[in-house]
Write a protein that binds this ligand. Structure first.
Ligand code: HEC
Length: 691
């Protein structure tokens, strides 16, 4: 294990292998009595536990926690970054993969690097133009861009050192995840399963950017040789012509590294299309969809895998946070891996062998009764079989837990988990045809889907669970208004921190969930907080700015609905003297309606086009989340240039893609007629105002 910073080695040594506590704590650079403490890796250490040993901010002092500084990212889209902090500098990523270097004690901007992602690429991002952060190696930072590049920067100056394209540019691949660096290798995955791509992860040499190995997570066309032998066990688990739509299996977020075993654990995503009846019509488990794969870091070869959802049918990715720790189970210390994927079961797996130790449901679910421990397979229920009939399945596509990271506290031995109860109607589209220019779900969003959703609306309820991994049940829980809340941080100060979608940032006592401190913000939170010490003081920092894939569910009654979603980093310290920044107010007056040629046929045609190309961002029935404009409120002036916006890309610079490849002026007029119709219904009070 070769890391530049001795603290990195120390932290992962302490948390993963539990080495003796009197190992010398080598400070990074400072000579002061209280040395600087960094946040050097995505999950703080290679095992990604997100538990800090810092205690200056603790159960007694936390009531004095106040804003120390804030830094404007200049964005209005989702901010999912985990900042890296080293040598007194914070490195955070913003929407469109822009990197910001910030003085960690003062919040002063040092440099920015904008990789100039073409704004049209926003059309290939299922879940907003987010980025989860940079990785650090010696004097350099490495990060991925939305359009599939991997870039290394000099961390002092922000100067580019190398750049590689990790994905074919003619396919709808994206990178939103943070790379991980282990044994001088940068590992990066990608996203895009909704548009029909084939998932893979690649290792590059951190010094040069040269490609070292690549692991495809699903097999290619079986008439051709597979790229690596691990795929031979995957080929027989597929049927039909899955390779046309790529198959999916994109590894867009989670990884963790065990330096003793030299294994990198990677979470693999959902199938493409979602419906297995269309993707693999003859059945089959569809390896390695929705699996955790353990790869040898040197060769990229498979050591073991565990598939959480064989034959994924509901967008049940296993890309959720993978967390490594040691647990004493039946008197025996086991090196384990913990994961709570979207499917609603929390898995404890022996990370040496891949043996399933337990699987316990942590949210309400109706797709499976339980996981059979012997076979490791879930026992599916008829309630979730939507091949013939519309069914409401729990969890829904945002899952029981999404990308927002968990935290495992050494103080309490509890796992803190940002969970949600979700449920959605699913119905197979047996006329499904693959279209690489939009989402490919294999689901029918028809009138029956709409009326059922109105009569029995989708479920979105968020909670924070303090989970006892030995007893396999919650020790305490909190319930929230919004479902799409932030990742977690726990500390040796006996605290758990979480931001929520409704704009609160809260500290809880780790043992019983008692709320000890809270602030409110005009921008919601869903990023995970971090902590560090700089110039002798401990800071807690978090990015504000909601977004991502869960924002179609409104946060009813929350203050954030009245403000623009300004992205910023906010840092807190004991006795901080800065004020909480306030975002610009949103104008919600209904404009005058323009007259355009409508007619029922045109509106119906517009609805079909809208549901094919616009719904993914502007919301069902044009009732949008705050992230994208609610088109029912579109002004006369913008209605006058509707075609220019939609076909010619008039607002491309601010992230509204153009659709000239799939629509003409007549089509744009039809979509406009549908949007206007929705606006009229809103004025008549026939559809809700809620965003
Ligand atoms: C990938 C996400 C995405 C998709 C898909 C998308 N839009 Fe947009 N749209 C945006 C964003 C982001 C903006 C805001 C741009 C800005 O701030 O100026 C926007 C703005 C607009 C505006 C201007 C709104 C205003 O108040 O300024 C119109 C009109 C619009 N979109 C129509 C459409 C239509 C019609 C479709 C489908 C054909 C569509 N959009 C699909 C992201 C999207």
């Amino acid at each position: 294990m070769q890391y530049a910073n001795p603290l990195v080695t120390l932290v992962c040594c302490l948390v993963i292998t539990g080495c003796s506590p009197d190992d010398p704590a080598t400070p990074s650079t400072t000579t002061s009595a209280t040395p600087d403490v960094s946040w050097p890796m995505h999950g703080l250490n290679a095992g990604e536990a997100r538990y800090s040993e810092l205690t200056d901010i603790n159960q007694e002092s936390v009531s004095e926690l106040a804003v120390a500084w804030s830094y404007e990212l200049g964005s209005t889209r989702g901010v999912e970054t985990t900042p890296i902090i080293i040598d007194g500098v914070m490195y955070a990523t913003a929407p469109w993969s822009v990197v910001h270097a910030i003085d960690a004690a003062t919040g002063k901007g040092l440099w920015q690097f904008d990789p100039d992602v073409p704004r049209q690429w926003g059309r290939w991002a299922c879940c907003d133009v987010v980025n989860r952060g940079v990785a650090l190696w010696q004097d350099r930072l490495v990060f991925g861009t939305l359009d599939g590049r991997l870039i290394a920067l000099d961390k002092q100056t922000g100067r580019k050192l190398w750049e590689v394209q990790t994905t074919p540019r003619d396919k709808a691949y994206t990178i939103t995840g943070a790379p991980r660096i282990a044994n001088d290798k940068v590992i990066i995955g990608n996203g895009g399963a909704e548009y029909g791509v084939r998932g893979y992860v690649t290792a590059y040499d951190v010094k040069t950017g040269a490609q070292l190995w690549r692991f495809y997570t699903v097999p290619g066309d079986p008439s051709k040789p597979q790229e690596h032998p691990d795929l031979d066990i995957a080929v027989p688990t597929w049927t039909g012509e899955w390779w046309n739509a790529g198959g999916g299996g994109t590894a867009w977020d989670s990884m963790a590294f065990d330096p003793e075993l030299n294994l990198i654990y990677i979470g693999v995503g959902n199938g493409s299309p979602w419906s297995r009846y269309e993707r693999s019509p003859g059945g089959g488990d569809n390896l390695f969809l929705s699996s955790i794969i353990a790869l040898d870091i040197e060769t990229g070869r498979l050591r073991w895998y565990y598939q959480t959802t064989p034959g994924d049918n509901w967008d049940y990715t296993a890309t959720q946070h993978i967390l490594l720790t040691d647990l004493t189970i039946n008197g025996e210390v086991r090196k384990v891996l913990l994961q709570a994927p979207k499917n609603g079961f929390l898995y404890t797996i022996d990370r040496v062998s891949g043996e399933l130790l337990s699987a316990t449901h942590y949210v309400n679910l109706n797709w499976a009764s339980h996981v059979d421990i012997e076979s490791g397979r879930p026992v599916e229920l008829e309630d979730a079989n939507y091949s013939e009939k519309l069914k409401k399945v729990m969890p829904g596509p945002t899952g029981g837990h999404n990308w927002q990271p968990m935290s495992y506290s050494q103080n309490t031995q509890l796992l803190y988990l940002p969970a949600h109860d979700t449920g959605l109607w699913y119905k197979n589209d047996d006329e499904f045809d693959y279209d690489p220019r939009t989402w490919n779900l294999g689901l029918k969003l028809d009138d029956e889907f709409e009326t059922s959703s109105e009569a029995d609306p989708p479920v979105f309820r968020g909670h924070l669970i303090a989970w006892d991994p030995i007893e396999r049940k919650p020790r305490w829980q909190k319930r929230f208004t919004g479902h799409w809340n932030g990742g977690l941080l726990s500390t040796a100060g006996g605290l758990v921190f979480q931001g929520t979608a409704d704009g609160h940032f809260t500290a809880y006592r780790d043992s019983d969930g008692e709320q000890l401190w809270q602030v409110s913000s005009t921008s919601g939170f869903f990023a995970p907080p971090v902590t560090y010490r700089s110039d002798g003081e401990q800071y807690i920092a978090i990015a504000a700015g909601i977004g991502g894939g869960g924002m179609f569910a409104p946060v009813e009654g929350a203050m954030i609905n009245d403000y623009h979603n300004e992205g910023r980093i906010i840092a807190f310290k004991i006795g901080g003297k800065a004020t909480m920044p306030v975002s610009k107010k949103r104008d919600m007056t209904l404009p005058e309606l323009p007259q355009i040629p409508a007619g029922e046929d045109r509106i119906a045609q517009g609805k079909t086009l809208y549901n094919t190309y616009c719904i993914w961002c502007h919301g069902g029935g044009a009732v949008s989340s705050m992230l994208y404009p609610d088109l029912r409120y579109l002004s006369q002036e913008k209605h006058a240039i509707f075609k220019e916006i939609v076909i010619d890309g008039a607002f491309l610079g601010s992230g509204m893609p153009k659709f000239d490849d799939v629509m003409n002026a007549e089509d744009a007029l039809a979509v406009q007629a549908f949007v206007l119709e929705q606006s009229v219904l809103l004025r008549q009070g026939l559809i809700p105002e809620t965003r």
